[in-house]
Design a protein around this ligand. Structure first.
Ligand SMILES: Nc1ncnc2c1ncn2[C@@H]1O[C@H](COP(=O)(O)OP(=O)(O)OP(=O)(O)O)[C@@H](O)[C@H]1O
Length: 960
């Protein structure tokens, strides 16, 4: 509905109720034209009906009307297709669908014909009930047929045909069959088929259609016998058409075509003479007495045609019943949708009884429309608590009464006239109507008309002013004889016997005439329709040439008029043009009022009230019901709709902004949430790590403190960490501070627990360094070292000048390769020689002094005997070094040497008596001959001197 409003400006209005100028036919047609041009041929949603049935659980009906070729059958097919596609599938549905499908060609063969307006025109009105089960699946169907155009059986306009089945039989029937039925293939041989002079139609393939019908009949449930009997009837109609009459000399009518009568007798299974009589005589019952009177030539022809029409018409009704049995409900149904596909108002050049019935039917439908529309309006107003207002519309009840009123209506008069004893004729019927209905505002005859109308009306016509317009009906031939059934009741053809019931003939009180029958069936139809919720489909044919895209305005205007659309619209617009539930109205138009936008939180009625006040609705323009708002004029609605259209860009912008904002906020919240999750996870992890570290640190400190407390205890669990740590720390420190050279005496102070280990390490390290040092040392340096070590053993802390000598190298050349200046400055106990000793060779010096006394640069060799031995050493002599001094001395000697420490060390080493060196400071005592001892005083002086000192001491002055 709302989408229709949106599309309004583009393609007119979808709902005519919203047409602004609803009284203007031109505006109406213009709207049709606009939508036709855009191929928007359906004005309103025809599919709502099914939804209403499902949701409201109320039986529905769809009334489809329109003139021939307007599209009624197409529309009903679309509706059925919609059910087939959208309804839930049912197990039995397939079989039902099959039968439903197969019934179509059968119904079309017997009920459709080629007309000027439609090659496959349905020549009957159809009401079809589709039954649905509780799930909404179709489970059964039932068809009611109305107003079969029986006149077509005996007469067709030029360019039209009889019902399809005749042509199908002649074209498609097998030779044997035709022979049995005594038929010839050529349709032109049959009086009932030649009138239209159009036996072949390019768009129709009779042979194929025949096959389809023959295939369908058994599926629908026809027995072989029934099929044969049905074909007998069809053939009979053709034979009946070829039955001719002759006029005797005395004016008596007789049958001239005996073959036809024979065939009819055989095929219909009736008595030949009875049939002859029925065709040539009229039987009337007056005051309980049967009266038979002969028919004239013309009347006999009419009686024949009437019989043909009756036989065909009733057979068609029987056929529909047979199809109904096949489609009947096999499971319980819950809801029904009825589809009424019926002609719209028909106004032809020559309008007869059939047009009268059709238009009467349309009058009834219009009345139903008014009744149902007003009823639903009234019900809605009542429900909504709105005061009912009298609506201005034309109520066609007056016309319906004119036709159907008991005793006074046209149908009653027709019945009376037909059953009246004596000669009934069309004119007497007309006169009777004039007598009874004269003065009725909707009834005119030639006699009753004014001058102007009289000129255009024939004397055999009467005019009815229908709600949709005026129609002139011709009464000639109206009063046809329908007494033929009497002979048919005795037929041995089962179908004929079922169609013409004996009771009908026996009940002579007041046989029901055709018009009354139709009136009664219409009453029944109205009862069916009135119990349902109606929807209407009005089909309008755009042109008569069967051309696409052509909009023939004259034709359309004619249909708009005779479909009564303007009148329908007037009824619909009598009250309020538009109504909507509060929530729907508020939802749609709330953006137009700041107080209702974006959301109204109060009562819906208050919201709508606020909204319409803001929109400036005048009190006469609308009313608020209990749950709906009613708007009287489309203009009000369209102004609101236009305002909404104008507002839409702003709404779109707002929605866009809100949506983007919402999207971005959602995104932001997502990111924020993610960040928080990551952050908390990260913080948690960090905190856990910190706590762990703290725990570990506390544990460490605890173990450290405990370890510190127990540090002097044996290695135990309490102090193991502490001690390990101390050990580790010390070793780490030691690693960095290890002495690099053997002379480096530094060593980190060990913790108390490691003193022993430290010392051990130190010793190991020293050993290691020394080993490395020793491994690296050169042989000459090794010797030097050995000598120095010996020198150290001898002189360290013994001789003042020793520390100064440590750094001075012992030269190998001295006492070894080179000469060493060694001067014996005094022999003790003997004479003094002042002869210097030169070139003393090491290899020849094997002296092993018992004592070597040194002071400053002096050395005193003690034990001269030994020296003497040494001096005798042949090696020294071998070198022929003159050393008379050394050969001479006896007793101890005082030697002078510049490198006394070196010299003494080397002497000591050479002699292997390092512990025999005795170092004295100041004075030394020595033994003299005969047990005497002498004393040598050593002092420092400016020059080297040996002299006799005080108390007989030998005074040795050393330089420096
Ligand atoms: N909705 C449609 N779209 C296109 N063509 C359509 C539509 N409705 C009808 N027609 C055309 O009009 C022709 C006649 O339609 P249809 O037989 O439904 O008319 P009808 O009103 O049932 O006629 P009749 O009363 O003679 O049976 C169709 O064969 C088709 O060519």
């Amino acid at each position: 509905m709302e989408s229709a409003l949106t599309a309004r400006d583009r393609v007119g209005v979808q709902d005519f109720v919203l047409l602004e100028n609803y009284t203007s036919e031109a505006a109406f047609i213009e709207n049709l034209r606009r939508r036709f041009k855009e191929s928007l041929i359906y004005l309103f949603n025809v599919y709502n009906t099914y939804r209403s049935m499902r949701t409201e659980r109320k039986d529905q009906c769809i009334l489809i009307s329109g003139e021939s070729g307007a599209g009624k059958t197409e529309a009903s097919k679309k509706i059925l297709l919609y059910y087939a596609v959208t309804c839930p599938a049912h197990d039995r549905m397939a079989a039902l669908g099959d039968r439903l499908l197969q019934s179509n060609p059968v119904l079309e063969a017997f009920g459709n014909a080629k007309t000027l307006r439609n090659d496959n025109s349905s020549r009957f009105g159809k009401y079809m009930d589709v039954q649905f089960d509780f799930r909404g699946a179709p489970v059964g169907s039932h068809i009611l047929n109305y107003l079969l155009e029986k006149s077509r059986v005996v007469h067709q306009n030029h360019g039209e045909r009889n019902f399809h089945i005749f042509y199908q039989l002649l074209d498609g029937g097998e030779e044997d069959l035709l022979k049995r039925l005594d038929l010839e293939r050529n349709p032109q041989n049959y009086q009932y088929l030649v009138k239209g002079n159009c036996p072949r139609v390019s768009s129709i393939n009779d042979k194929n259609d025949w096959k389809a019908v023959m295939k369908a009949l058994p599926i629908i449930g026809f027995t072989e016998e029934e099929v044969q009997e049905l074909l007998n009837i069809i053939a009979s109609v053709l034979h009946l058409g070829n039955t001719q009459f002759g006029e005797g000399e005395d004016g008596e009518t007789h049958i001239t075509t005996e073959t036809q009568i024979r065939n009819l007798t055989r095929l219909l299974g009736v008595d030949g003479s009875a049939l002859r009589e029925a065709l040539t005589h009229k039987k009337l019952i007056a005051k309980g007495e049967e009266m038979i009177s002969p028919l004239n030539f013309e009347q006999a022809g009419s009686a024949r045609d009437a019989l043909a029409k009756a036989v065909y018409g009733r057979t068609f009704t029987w056929l529909v019943e047979k199809i109904n049995q096949s489609l009947a409900l096999k499971v319980p149904g819950s809801s029904v949708i009825g589809l009424l596909d019926i002609y719209g108002f028909e106004v032809l050049q020559h309008n007869s009884f059939e047009q009268f019935c059709i238009n009467y039917c349309n009058e009834k439908l219009q009345q139903l429309f008014i009744e149902l529309t007003l009823r639903s309006e009234q019900e809605e107003y009542e429900t909504e608590g709105i005061a009912w207002e009298t609506v201005q519309y034309f109520d066609n009840k007056i016309i319906c009464d004119l036709i159907e009123e008991k005793h006074k209506g046209i149908i009653s008069i027709l019945d009376e006239e037909c059953l009246r004893p004596g000669e009934a004729c069309d004119i007497s019927f007309l006169e009777k109507m004039e007598d009874t209905l004269g003065g009725h505002p909707h009834f005119i005859t030639h006699k009753l008309a004014n001058g102007k109308t009289r000129r255009i009306m024939s004397r055999e016509e009467f005019r009815l002013l229908h709600y949709a317009g005026e129609v002139n009906y011709n009464v000639s031939g109206e009063l046809k004889f329908i007494n033929s059934p009497i002979v048919m009741c005795q037929s041995s053809n089962q179908i004929v016997r079922q169609c013409f019931r004996k009771e009908e003939v026996i009940d002579q009180k007041r046989p029901e005439m055709a018009a009354t029958q139709f009136k009664n069936s219409l009453m029944k139809l109205m009862e069916i329709l009135i119990s349902k919720e109606p929807s209407y489909v009005r089909c309008i044919k755009p042109n008569d040439a069967k051309q696409p895209g052509r909009f023939d305005e004259v034709l359309v205007r004619h249909q708009v008029k005779y479909l009564g659309l303007m009148e329908n619209l007037r009824v619909r617009r009598a009250g309020f043009a538009y109504r909507r539930r509060f929530e729907a109205f508020l939802q749609r138009y709330k953006p137009l009022c700041p107080e209702t936008w974006p959301n109204w939180h109060g009562r819906l009625a208050d919201g709508v009230s606020t909204l319409v006040n803001h929109l400036g609705y005048k009190p006469e323009e609308y009313k608020l019901g209990r749950s709906k708002i009613f708007i009287r004029f489309p203009k009000t609605l369209f102004t609101t709709e236009d305002a909404l259209e104008a507002k839409k860009p702003a709404i779109a912008l707002t929605l866009q902004t809100s949506w983007r904002g919402y999207r971005e906020r959602a995104k932001y919240h997502r990111i924020r949430h993610a960040v928080i999750v990551i952050q908390s996870a990260w913080r948690g992890m960090k905190a856990r790590r910190r706590a762990k570290r703290r725990r570990q640190a506390a544990e460490l400190i605890r173990r450290f403190i405990k370890g510190f407390i127990y540090r002097h205890e044996e290695y135990c669990p309490e102090n193991e960490y502490f001690l390990d740590h101390v050990r580790y720390s010390f070793l780490k420190k030691l690693r960095k501070n290890l002495p690099k050279s053997v002379l480096d005496k530094s060593w980190p102070t060990p913790p108390p627990s490691l003193i022993e280990a430290s010392e051990h390490l130190r010793w190991l390290h020293m050993q290691n360094m020394m080993r490395k040092y020793c491994r690296r040392i050169q042989p000459e340096w090794r010797k030097q070292m050995e000598q120095k070590v010996v020198a150290s053993e001898i002189f360290k802390d013994q001789k003042d000048s020793y520390p100064q000598s440590v750094g001075k190298l012992f030269l190998g050349t001295r006492l070894e390769n080179e000469q060493i200046n060694l001067k014996v400055i005094q022999t003790l106990g003997n004479d003094k020689y002042g002869v210097p000793v030169t070139k003393y060779d090491r290899r020849g010096f094997k002296a092993r002094p018992r004592q070597l006394l040194l002071t400053s640069s002096f050395a005193v060799l003690v034990d001269r005997t030994k020296i003497k031995q040494r001096i005798d050493y042949p090696a020294l002599r071998g070198e022929k070094i003159p050393c008379p001094d050394l050969c001479l001395p006896q007793g101890d000697v005082v030697l002078h040497c510049d490198h006394v420490i070196e010299a003494v060390t080397k002497f000591a080493m050479m002699s292997g008596r390092t512990n025999h060196v005795n170092i004295s400071l100041g004075s030394i005592r020595f033994a003299l001959a005969r047990g005497k001892e002498g004393i040598v005083d050593f002092i420092r002086g400016s020059e080297l001197k040996v002299a006799k000192g005080k108390r007989g001491h030998l005074l040795v002055v050393s330089q420096g």
